[in-house]
Design a protein around this ligand. Sequence first.
Ligand SMILES: [Fe+2]
Ligand SMILES: [Fe+2]
Length: 188
Amino acid sequence: MHNMSTASLRKDHDLIEKVIKAMESAIQLLIDNKQIPESILLPVIDFSKNFTDVCHHSKEENSLFPALEQAGMPRNMGPIAMMLMDHERSREIGKHMEESAKEYLSSGNSQRLINDMKQYVEHITEHLWKENNRLFMMAEARLQYVSEKVDKELNEIEQDKLKETGKTREHFEKLAEDLSRNISKQGN
Ligand SMILES: [Fe+2]
Ligand SMILES: [Fe+2]
């Protein structure tokens, strides 16, 4: 079992990875000149924006990072500063990806979408790796005595942020499940 201070975040990462896998398949289909319908692209955008950015990144920025600062890690340099920059970058690429998805759906031109999705997948994959294998390990070691408090905060922020998006965790779990299923049907 993972330490409670990161359990909820590691669970989010598993869900994000599932969507990233579906995106990798979508990129390959586009490269092979297959069509990707709106019913696949719109959930990808919804998830990246509302779950990964609004919900998951807020949990880290509003609870985990401040707890680490309290435990003596600086915010303006080192791993926290790097993670904050990564979040900002994923927001930027996400915006581009949303625009190029719209362009693709209206014109059929897939080049920009392929590039943006590739960048997004690469960036998020690296970011999750850094957190899973570096930052979360440090957090698990440093936040032992406040892990219950952090876990409680993470769950509260998740509730608040999901409410903001008007969606539920079940919505995003089902979205990831449907996406994996639909993308594997798409190749046939
Ligand atoms: Fe992060
Ligand atoms: Fe994360």
